[in-house]
Write a protein that binds this ligand. Structure first.
Ligand SMILES: Nc1ncnc2c1ncn2[C@@H]1O[C@H](COP(=O)(O)OP(=O)(O)OP(=O)(O)O)[C@@H](O)[C@H]1O
Ligand SMILES: CC(C)(CO)[C@@H](O)C(=O)[O-]
Ligand code: BAL
Length: 281
């Protein structure tokens, strides 16, 4: 496995692979890897001859007062996991390598980036789409793999690729969960034991809502039930609970007619957890 710290180094290797007729998949991450990330790597391996994983905690997607400084990091452990998984290259750049002084250009989807998590974290998705565009341009993959856990992020990236005619395919991978249902997330390690136990309320609410969706309940009632179920837990500080069209993220309120996605953002102490579930009528 090669570890690249510069854009030039990753480009050189990708050029050699391409010259040998090989296809390339990219798995962008912020590191502190877990089984969810490894599911993305497995999907990438099934989609291309070569797999590059990037590890970069992107300052541009963190707002003032967010957890950039305390975001969990362990590059050695990450590299060992990626080597064991048979990844070909890891792009592990410094902030200066990605953002040389004087950069001015941003990439932004308009409507999709302002709703939901975009309201809770203003500017967050502009940081994501800007860095993801840069990663796509640096690595030039045939396919890039993202998790459905960050559902809005996945929708925004698909929209960006369509809107800007980016020449690659986007693959989404279902959320990998702990045995009790909690979605794996790098931030889970920052939960206190009490909050870790309480955090199961997200997936429990989503799984219950999935069953309720089959009974003809309206979208507004389902949203209200999920919100109330989470608010009944004294440790959970509900930030948002929404039900949207699964394909477009448009608001819905009446009887469910198409697949819908329930999107949750809940704070436990200082830790913001998100989760989602697509439900079908
Ligand atoms: N439990 C999971 N199952 C599948 N994919 C996941 C899971 N968790 C994260 N991913 C995906 O991994 C990629 C990198 O995400 P990231 O490095 O931010 O990890 P994370 O665990 O979501 O961290 P955090 O939510 O704490 O920022 C994203 O495409 C994300 O959707
Ligand atoms: C896609 C991403 C790697 C961009 O920094 C990040 O938002 C993430 O880890 O989901
Ligand atoms: N997985 C999304 C990255 C972030 O929370 O900033």
């Amino acid at each position: 496995m090669q570890v690249f710290t510069t854009k030039a180094a990753v480009r050189d290797s990708v050029r050699d692979w391409r010259a040998a007729g090989q296809s390339v998949a990219l798995v962008p991450t912020m590191g502190y890897l877990h089984r969810g990330h490894m599911a993305l790597v497995e999907r990438a391996k099934a989609q291309a001859d070569r797999v590059v994983t990037s590890i970069f905690v992107n300052p541009l997607q963190f707002g003032p007062g967010e957890d950039l400084a305390t975001y969990p990091r362990d590059a050695d452990r990450d590299l060992a996991m990626l080597r064991d998984a048979g990844v070909d290259g890891v792009f592990l750049p410094s902030v200066e390598e990605v953002y040389p002084p004087g950069a001015q250009t941003i990439v932004e989807t308009t409507d999709l980036a302002r709703m939901l998590i975009g309201k809770l974290r203003p500017g967050h998705f502009r940081g994501v789409t800007t860095v993801v565009t840069k990663l796509f341009n640096i690595v030039q993959p045939d396919v890039a793999v993202f998790g459905e856990k960050d559902y809005q992020q996945l929708c925004i990236i698909r929209q960006m690729v369509r809107d800007l005619d980016m020449p690659l395919r986007i693959e989404g991978v279902p959320t990998v969960r702990e045995a009790d249902g909690l979605a794996l997330s790098s931030r889970n390690v920052r939960l206190t034991p009490e909050d870790r136990a309480a955090a199961v309320i997200l997936s429990q609410s989503l799984f219950a809502a999935e069953e309720m969706a089959k009974t003809g309940i309206t979208a507004s009632r389902l949203r209200a039930w999920v919100a109330a179920n989470i608010q009944a837990n004294p440790r959970a500080d509900l930030q948002s609970a929404d039900i949207r069209d699964a394909a477009t993220l448009a608001s819905i309120s009446g009887p469910l007619q198409r697949p819908a996605v329930i999107l949750l953002a809940v704070r436990f102490g200082k830790v913001l957890l998100i989760d989602q579930r697509v439900v079908t009528p």
